[in-house]
Design a protein around this ligand. Structure first.
Ligand code: GLN
Length: 272
């Protein structure tokens, strides 16, 4: 007979206690507070096996978000799968700036490029109920995750399969946001930690990591309404280059914003 407490104690030889609780909570569909209060509860064979398998996978490096199928972003839970990038806390900056640029009560048209789980677009749609949000991704499996998340949060937005602006010819928006891939193809980080398990198409972008950003910035002006705003997340060392790209594309009022770690992480500009 294995109790909740004993199972967690055994897992602690492989994982931090908080991670073990998160995985067991997932298996039992119980909040972690329940686990703490039910130390003596006897676990069934199926639950024990499922827990042992998750502990082994986590100890082997699989991201916890994929194992439990969820990650919190901007105060809401989003479904995630290995088809999508796991939402990052620094990306909340992009959302905050997007809301600040057009205003929470705005009926602006908004486009999110490479939406992945949909966390950016869905958050914008929920925080700006009057806005008309379009989200695109080149990956059909990613769009399915985004669709599920939109349904779960009862967010109304248009989801389209599109390689950046590919399926949006002739369409213009008041605000375009993107968290595109921006890591260099040969960056050793891609072979370490969570990144090993995430879709490479959502992470890496050419020899200098700027291929996607170059395309987006070059094409953005013909998809922005007069006075419209482009906001992009980028790598920790790309701010200067992204500023040059924005200026070269004819955007003005260039702004660069630091994330909570103090890194210039989101850049943007407007079109006349
Ligand atoms: N911020 C992510 C990381 O460095 C990368 C996300 C991206 O490429 N858009 O792990």
């Amino acid at each position: 007979m294995t109790t909740v407490g004993a199972a967690l104690a055994a897992a602690r030889t492989k994982l931090p206690a908080s991670e073990a609780r998160r995985l067991l909570g997932h298996v039992l569909a119980r909040p972690t507070a329940w686990l703490i209060a039910h130390d003596d509860e006897i676990l069934g064979e199926d639950a024990l096996l499922a827990f042992a398998s998750l502990v082994a996978r986590r100890a082997g490096g699989e991201p916890a978000a994929y194992l439990v199928g969820r990650r919190e972003f901007f105060g809401r839970e989003f479904e995630v799968s290995p088809a999508v990038l796991i939402p990052r806390p620094e990306t909340e900056l992009l959302v905050e700036l997007g809301i600040a640029k057009v205003g929470a009560d705005s009926a602006a048209t908004i486009l999110d490029l490479g939406t992945g789980s949909g966390c950016i677009a869905i958050t914008l749609a929920l925080e700006m109920p009057l806005a008309r949000v379009t989200a695109v991704d080149a990956s059909e499996p990613a769009l399915r995750v985004a669709r599920d998340n939109a349904e779960k949060h009862v967010a109304s937005l248009r989801l389209l399969q599109s390689d950046w602006f590919g399926a949006l010819s002739g369409e213009r928006f008041d605000l375009i946001v993107a968290n595109p891939p921006y890591i260099a193809d040969a960056d050793p980080h891609l072979a370490a930690g969570d990144l090993r398990h995430e879709p490479q198409s959502a992470l890496s972008s050419g020899a200098d990591g700027l291929e996607a950003i170059r395309r987006i910035v070059a094409d953005a002006p013909e998809h922005l309404n007069a006075g419209g705003q482009l906001l992009l997340e980028h790598g920790y060392d790309q701010a200067a280059t992204v500023r040059e790209l924005l200026e070269a594309a004819g955007l003005f009022g260039i702004e660069q914003h630091r994330d909570l770690a103090g890194i210039a992480r989101v850049s943007g500009g407007r079109i006349r």
